[in-house]
Design a protein around this ligand. Structure first.
Ligand code: ZN
Ligand code: ZN
Length: 421
């Protein structure tokens, strides 16, 4: 029964039942669950670190390697989830209901509680069933706050003394489901810019037609921006670029109007309005060109507009290179990863840029090779959606895939390469 931690599915379901959705994620319960399971695996150690407040723990799991002088492997998973609208789900999003055909419904089933448990299941299997000891030390980090930017989670971790002492050589972080028979792998993220544009203008009676109202100025910008969006999207629709290779611009809020007790005054044209946009740039984008475009076309001062860009992630690493991990023979980790997937019987799609953004950017910024990977194939992409689910068979297969990956990465002796980091 699921009351017991008796098998991988019940352990996964019990993890999913812990509500770690924002804005009130129960991180402590999640850390307890993972710590208790890790304690059942011989030689595995756990520690909980705090970089900000007590309610934002980071769980670090260590599986010691026999040669601690070699750079280590880090597997990452975030503890938090995005919120839910429970009434729009078929099942309670925190009940981890299993359908007759094995679909496990829960917030976090794909993003990304699956990988968090699969890492541990794979290590347990390698240790208990095969008595395998890694050459390189394997770490797993369970981090808070990824969904709200990661700044108090992995962001703080990578700057810490504790992190530097780990001497990490290669990182695996979350990816996305694949609807085909091939696993997807990601070598870069897009960088998010939160853009707010504001328009000022002449206020006036709702009945009056005149030039230069704040609303008119804002609407002109929105038209220009939507045209840009259409051009980018047309490239995707024409098959010239993947979704994640273009710059996306999506409106996420409009704030305007003169409030009245029953809503808004309809006969007032406001003097100030604003709108917010989620903008995502691939690592190949030119940020200066983008800033100029915003300055000159999207929020020109001559149209009485101002703007604010909050960059939620860098486009370049500390050496000034685009934030990308090499997926060719220059990166030995890539070859090992690729071979491990093949050895597991899996097929790999062409490496992609992730359309969204993960904590991986903090590692790539330090120049540490990092791949995004979640072993889910023949699975609809349901992250942040209603009725997020993962099939039990897909979950089990993922554990097997990680067994191959973790074994290959952690036994890589590096003899054939010079580690340049
Ligand atoms: Zn997410
Ligand atoms: Zn995620």
């Amino acid at each position: 029964s699921d009351d017991h931690e008796s098998n991988p599915i019940s352990r996964f379901r019990n993890y999913l039942r812990i509500n770690t959705a924002h804005p009130t994620p129960n991180y402590a319960a999640a850390v307890n669950h993972l710590t208790a399971f890790a304690a059942t695996i011989p030689t595995v150690q756990t520690q909980t670190l705090y970089f900000t407040t007590r309610d934002k723990p980071l769980l670090l799991i260590t599986w010691p390697g026999s040669n601690p002088t070699l750079p280590a492997i880090l597997l990452n998973s975030h503890l938090d989830s995005v919120p839910v609208e429970p009434s729009k789900w078929l099942h309670d999003p925190f009940a981890a209901h299993v359908s007759d055909d094995g679909k496990i419904y829960a917030r976090g089933a794909q993003d990304d509680k699956c990988i968090g448990m699969q890492y541990l299941e794979a290590i347990k299997s390698l240790k208990v069933n095969l008595d395998y000891t890694p050459l390189r030390t394997v770490y797993i980090s369970y981090v808070p706050d990824e969904e709200i930017g990661g700044f108090d989670g992995w962001g703080k971790f990578v700057e810490s003394r504790e992190f530097k002492e780990l001497d990490i050589g290669f990182v695996l972080d979350e990816g996305q489901a694949s609807i085909t028979d091939e696993f997807r792998v990601f070598y870069a993220d897009r960088s998010p810019w939160n853009l707010v544009i504001r328009a000022n203008g002449i206020p006036g009676h709702g009945s009056k037609m005149y030039d230069n109202s704040a609303m008119e100025n804002l609407m002109k910008s929105v038209e220009v921006m939507m045209k840009f969006r259409e051009n980018q999207f047309d490239l995707v629709k024409a098959g010239r670029a993947m979704n994640s290779e273009v710059i996306s611009v999506n409106p996420v809020f409009f704030k305007a109007g003169t409030p009245s007790p029953s809503g808004f005054l309809m006969n007032m044209q406001p003097s100030e309005v604003e709108a917010g946009f989620d903008v995502r740039l691939p690592p190949t984008a030119d940020p200066d060109l983008m800033r100029r475009r915003i300055e000159e076309e999207w929020a020109p001062e001559w149209r009485n507009m101002t703007y604010e860009i909050t960059e939620k992630g860098p486009l370049r690493d500390n050496m000034g290179r685009p934030l990308m991990t090499a997926t060719n023979d220059s990166n030995p980790w890539w070859s090992i990863f690729k071979q491990a997937i093949a050895a597991s019987g899996g097929k790999l799609a062409k490496p992609e840029i992730l359309p969204s953004t993960t904590d991986a950017r903090f590692m790539r910024q330090l120049g540490i090779p990092t791949l995004g990977f979640s072993p889910m194939k023949n699975t609809p992409i349901l992250l942040h959606d209603h009725n997020e689910y993962l099939k039990d068979t897909v979950y089990f297969e993922g554990i097997k895939v990680y067994e191959h990956i973790i074994r290959s990465l952690s036994s890589f002796d590096g003899a054939s390469i010079i580690e340049t980091r």
